[in-house]
Design a binder for this molecule. Structure first.
Ligand SMILES: [Zn+2]
Length: 58
């Protein structure tokens, strides 16, 4: 196993970038989507995967 395989990855589904493994608050499922080690340019980030923990309020 390489270092890249144990660090976080991303995949694009429905033109949004999700983290992989997918956090429990996101219901996206990776099927055969390609994994990226960096966020692909020009894609939108998933609100659930990329929400900032502990900064909610208002
Ligand atoms: Zn997501």
């Amino acid at each position: 196993m390489t270092l890249e395989e144990i660090t976080g990855k991303y995949f694009v589904k429905h033109e949004k970038v999700h983290k992989y493994p997918v956090p429990s608050n996101c219901n996206a499922k990776r099927e055969s989507e390609k994994l990226h080690t960096t966020i692909p340019a020009g894609t939108e980030k998933c609100d659930h995967c990329f929400e900032l923990y502990g900064t909610k309020g208002g």
